[in-house]
Design a protein around this ligand. Structure first.
Ligand code: VG1
Ligand code: CO
Length: 583
């Protein structure tokens, strides 16, 4: 057995190592600076309680982006030096974010051990490569992202750090080969176990969904399917699940080989960045839909996001979570006993609220970021939840789950078509969404992102919007001047959340303008960017009248958009006459 020793390396702090909405994300060039990653990792160890470090089992893996392999070796050496007992690594360092959560919760090591936490190496939907982004976040023993109390402590530690511990003479571990490598250090044995990235996750999915009925759908001659991993880590799961387990054809998979730079693309599953899938599904084309796939979906870099498409049809993420919640009990065996409750992030549309009300379910509205759902789930208060940002999930793990969402949709389609697999025309994604709107009304919804805006200008814009809130009559005068046909603002605030489980309070979680007819405008600054500021503007309008639920959403929302741009003085502050991305 190879023996290692521990070095104490003096270091000085870096500015700006504050974890954002989901971990620390910076350009690779920032992360590769000497000591930069080390400081963050040591600050995390120092923020955890001793039993979660000394003698503990940690998962270390990610979406495989550029710099992951080097980062994994560094974290292994620092774990050894900090007294961690074993590190688990997915083969080739690959584990999707939902798979990490599943591994923490479900996996038992060869020697009976269980993991107490994980370093996830990903910048999620941000591009990768030497000139793009890298990221790291820590997840806790429940499988979910560290809560603010922990990330605040990590950040405080990064400001005062003076040394870190590392086993410099521990040889690099071959993470391409499944197996256990054992070492001895000053405090005893240290193991690195490399394991298959997919098996635990696949087993969990099989325990949640009825794979047989999904297989019937996927192999039905009337059904065609298409899945785009955008060269992210979802590819490592897609083949196993969709092709090997469920019988989809191999040609249904697009961009399913994980790449360090995501093929030069932006691994963000929306209508702008998932171009190839969007074209395959016939969106934006005026053909009749002949020969187009019935169902399409995409994932982001770390496979926690999903985009759901029908033939020439886009399902908004806010509708998606509402439709999954409305059909879960019938279509998904895991939920057959009923839902415990549902939750959405604040900027997500109120489509889910309407379902919760109709089904008599407990409902929660939390700030942006998955970490807020975890407490509700741990307390048994929430089964299904989602965000407008293409995140959907359930209490099977403590992260959003891109492949789970696809399996949920396939389950709903299989359920709706159960007596009809050989029929001429299947109930389609579009049929399901339109039936939902007819029953519950429709929440027209769009999000405008202004990326890489000057940080000072973005702050000023937000301050201006807060200031405006002090006089609603002033706000309504502005609205009347721009669009007299838009309803009036009846309430305006900054969203604040008190966690119903632990009582912790999160302030300044987005600026809201609430209209008399149920419409909403929300403004937030992104917490996941790596440069400058990104302003997000969320626009929503509720239509109950089922004869009016079939309009084009950009057209339906145009008056509210005009009001939002005017109220915020968007162009004046940012110099931008149009957003970078519309979703
Ligand atoms: C964005 C989304 C948020 C999501 C977060 C992490 O955060 O708006 O809903 O939870 O990304 O997603 P922000 O602060 O940039 O708006 V992922 O898939 O990048 O981990
Ligand atoms: Co992600």
């Amino acid at each position: 057995m190879v023996t290692f020793s521990v070095s104490k390396v003096p270091t000085t702090s870096f500015d700006g190592q504050k974890p954002g909405t989901s971990g620390l994300r910076k350009k690779v060039k920032v992360f590769v600076q000497p000591h930069y990653l080390h400081n963050f990792v040591q600050s995390t160890f120092n923020a955890l309680s001793a039993e979660n470090v000394r003698g503990a089992t940690l998962v270390v893996s990610g979406d495989g982006r550029y710099f992951s392999k080097e980062a994994i070796q560094i974290i292994i050496k620092m774990s050894a030096a900090n007294g961690v007992r074993r590190v688990w690594v997915g083969q080739n360092g690959l584990l999707s974010t939902p798979a990490v959560s599943a591994v923490i919760r479900e996996r038992t090591g060869l020697d009976g051990s269980k993991a107490t936490g994980a370093f996830i190496l990903t910048a999620s939907h941000n591009p990768g490569g030497p000139n793009e982004d890298f990221g790291i976040k820590y997840n806790m023993g429940n499988g979910g992202p560290a809560p603010e109390s922990v990330t605040d402590k990590i950040y405080e530690n990064t400001k005062t750090i003076q040394e870190y511990l590392i086993a410099e003479n521990l040889p690099n571990v071959d993470i391409a080969v499944v197996g256990v490598t054992c070492f001895t250090g000053p405090e005893g044995q240290f193991d690195v176990e490399v394991f298959d990235s997919a098996s635990d996750y696949v087993a969990l999915m099989k325990s949640i969904f009825d794979f047989q009925s999904i297989r019937k759908l996927l192999t039905s001659p009337n059904f065609t399917f298409c899945y785009d991993a955008l060269h992210g880590v979802a590819g490592a799961y897609a083949k196993r699940i969709f092709v090997e387990e469920l019988g989809a054809q191999e040609c249904s998979l697009l961009n399913c080989t994980p790449k360090e730079d995501f093929g030069g693309g932006h691994p963000d599953p929306n209508l702008t960045y998932a171009k190839e899938l969007v074209a395959r599904m016939g969106l934006g084309k005026s053909n009749t839909g002949e020969g187009l796939p019935e169902f399409g979906a995409a994932a982001d870099g770390d496979a926690d996001r999903n985009m759901i498409l029908g033939k020439r049809f886009f399902v908004t993420p806010s509708d998606s979570v509402a439709i999954i919640a409305a059909n879960a009990v019938d279509a998904i065996p895991y939920f057959s006993g009923g839902l415990k409750g549902v939750a959405r992030s604040m900027p997500t549309s109120a489509a889910l609220d309407v379902v919760a009300k109709k089904l008599g379910l407990e409902f929660f509205e939390v700030p942006t970021g998955w970490k807020f759902f975890g407490n509700l789930m741990d307390a048994g208060k929430c089964s299904v939840c989602g965000e407008e940002s293409f995140g959907t999930g359930s209490d099977h793990i403590r992260e959003k789950d891109g492949i789970w969402a696809v399996l949920a949709w396939l389950s709903i389609l299989a359920y709706k078509n159960k007596d009809n697999f050989s029929g001429q025309k299947l109930v389609s994604v579009e049929d399901i969404v339109r039936q939902h709107w007819a029953a519950y009304g429709r929440h027209y919804y769009t999000r405008y992102d202004y990326e890489n805006v000057d940080a000072g200008a973005a702050k000023e814009l937000m301050a201006h919007l807060v200031k405006l809130q002090s006089s609603l009559s002033g706000v309504n005068d502005i609205i009347k001047g721009v669009r007299p046909d838009v309803s009036k603002v009846v309430d305006a605030d900054e969203f604040e959340y008190k966690d119903p489980v632990d009582g912790s309070v999160s302030k300044h979680q987005g600026i809201r303008y609430l209209f008399e007819d149920g419409s909403r405008l929300v403004f937030r600054l992104s917490g996941t960017g790596s440069e400058g500021a990104t302003i997000r503007l969320y626009i929503e309008q509720y239509e109950k009248d089922s004869s009016k639920t079939g309009r084009d959403s950009q057209e339906a929302l145009a008056p509210l958009v005009e009001v939002a741009l005017k109220l915020s003085k968007m162009e004046e502050f940012t110099g931008r006459s149009s957003p970078t991305v519309i979703t």
